[in-house]
Design a protein around this ligand. Structure first.
Ligand SMILES: [Zn+2]
Length: 215
């Protein structure tokens, strides 16, 4: 079974990717990891990608496509039951190329999951996050606030704020994500392939939605 999973920062994509990978024995592939691997092994593709990154440019669609397809065709371990692609395709061009290149092969995608969460909830999830540097407990000032403001319920330590985002930068990050990804979502929806998961729900409900979608 081959799956694409899409979702904005804070959509819970990472959590459910781990669960999918374990439950269905999938090879979980993120393009970020592919880049790092190719660059650290100085492959031809890695050297090419590094030249863009070093110059402060985005890696072009064509190179991203080649790197993903090279991995799927030549490097993916044979002992799993399919792939779970995370963070790809990110643009309409990537989606079109990927569809063409895998159509009718055993790399063709079976399920496309979109983890749908309203922006205001994403913002609260990301900006509300607090953690205890002493015991590691995670809080959220909107969804799981400590009893005493900014103090850990377990050990009494002051909580810390680790997000790199402030409200303004997060707004830009989310609208950049939408601008790139909405055409990809529309593309798959037009082909009747998109499975929208309501990811603004309890863990168990989201998981049962996902199981229904791929079942
Ligand atoms: Zn603590």
């Amino acid at each position: 079974m081959n799956i694409l999973i899409m979702g904005a920062p804070g959509s819970g994509k990472g959590t459910f990717s781990s669960r999918l990978k374990e439950t269905y024995n999938l090879d979980h592939i993120s393009t970020g990891d592919l880049f790092r691997e190719n660059i650290s092994n100085s492959t031809e593709l890695g050297i090419e990608a590094k030249s863009y990154i070093d110059a402060g440019h985005l890696v072009p669609d064509d190179l991203v496509n080649r790197m993903v397809l090279d991995y799927l065709k030549n490097k993916m371990p044979k002992d799993n039951d399919g792939y779970l692609l995370d963070g790809y395709p990110r643009t309409l061009e990537q989606a079109k190329t990927f569809k063409e290149a895998t159509k009718g092969t055993d790399l063709d995608v079976d399920h496309i999951l979109y983890m749908d969460v309203p922006h205001d909830i994403l913002k609260k999830r990301i900006l509300g996050r607090r953690s205890c540097p002493e015991c590691g407990e995670i809080y959220n000032i909107y969804f799981k606030a400590p009893q005493k403001e900014n103090v850990c319920d377990h050990c009494g330590h002051e909580l810390s704020y680790r997000s790199d985002d402030n409200e303004e930068s997060l707004k830009i990050r989310l609208s950049d994500y939408d601008a790139l990804t909405q055409p990809v979502i529309d593309f798959y929806a037009d082909h009747g392939q998109l499975k929208k998961i309501n990811a603004d729900a309890d863990f168990d409900d989201i998981w049962s939605d996902i199981e229904k979608a791929i079942g």
